[in-house]
Design a protein around this ligand. Structure first.
Ligand code: PRT
Ligand code: MG
Length: 213
């Protein structure tokens, strides 16, 4: 049995057609069911539905053999027990700094609000900027509006969320897409089925990319 960890939101929506092309079709709709383990039409594959940020943990500890996770989550996780064999090219966005347009550079240490604490610290350290990073769990856009922070580090897609809150994108930290991740021990123990699935997904992804060109 192969167990694949996927989060329920936009990654699931975009992963579903990819998985379906590889013959993996859940036999229950997670939006209509409270089940967290979804059997699929392939009796050798099941999905577990978890929070996006928990995917690397499940895969690193071998509770799932494979997972699909955003590069933002993987970079922030800083784990060591994961292979990342394939960029699935889905759930694309950019990890950016953002803040009120035209605000003068803070005279004190820059205060940054984000849920990507490790990534933000590394980004500002690399540029030699003294930053105090404040951990938030959501609604980062609010922080500069109420004086909690000078800027934020968050994901940007259309930019509508920033604009709606009077913020502007500033610097690109990295381009984001979702990746296939694999548990290291499973890669040895279930080498055949995992490389077969990863290979199948890789062919689907490159066929898609060729169509988009
Ligand atoms: O929902 P839950 O709290 O469990 O976790 P989650 O919110 O992290 O899950 P989900 O499904 O919302 O997002 C999971 C993954 O999707 C992220 O880790 C990214 O890899 C990827 N992704 C791609 C995005 C976006 N695009 C995105 N735009 N995740 C979030 N956003 C948010 C962003 O945080 C901001 O609030 O959308 C807003 C910006 O969008 P625009 O279009 O207004 O710029
Ligand atoms: Mg969400």
């Amino acid at each position: 049995m192969l167990t694949i960890a996927v989060s329920k939101g936009r990654i699931y929506q975009e992963a579903l057609p990819l998985l379906a092309e590889a013959g993996i079709v859940p036999s229950v709709d997670p939006d209509k069911s409270r089940k967290l383990i979804l059997p699929t039409e392939r009796d050798d594959v099941q999905l577990v539905i978890i929070r996006a940020a928990d995917v690397p943990t499940y895969v690193e500890y071998g509770a799932a053999d494979l997972g699909i996770a955003g590069k933002d989550v993987l970079v922030e996780y800083e784990g060591e027990g994961l292979y990342e064999p394939l960029d699935l090219g889905i759930a694309r966005c950019r990890l950016m700094t953002a803040g009120p347009p035209g605000r003068p550079v803070a005279s004190r240490r820059l205060r940054v609000a984000t849920k990507y604490v490790n990534t933000a610290k590394r980004f500002f350290a690399r540029r030699g900027v003294q930053a105090e990073v404040i951990k938030l769990y959501g609604s980062m856009e609010l922080a500069p509006l109420v004086g909690l922070a000078d800027c934020i580090v968050d994901l940007v897609d259309t930019g509508n969320t920033l604009r709606a809150n009077g913020l502007a994108p500033q610097e690109l930290i990295m381009d984001i897409s979702s990746r296939l991740v694999v548990n290291k021990a499973a890669m040895k123990m279930k080498h055949g089925p995992i490389t077969e699935l990863a290979g199948h997904l890789a062919r689907i992804v490159s066929a898609r990319a060729a169509r988009e060109r």
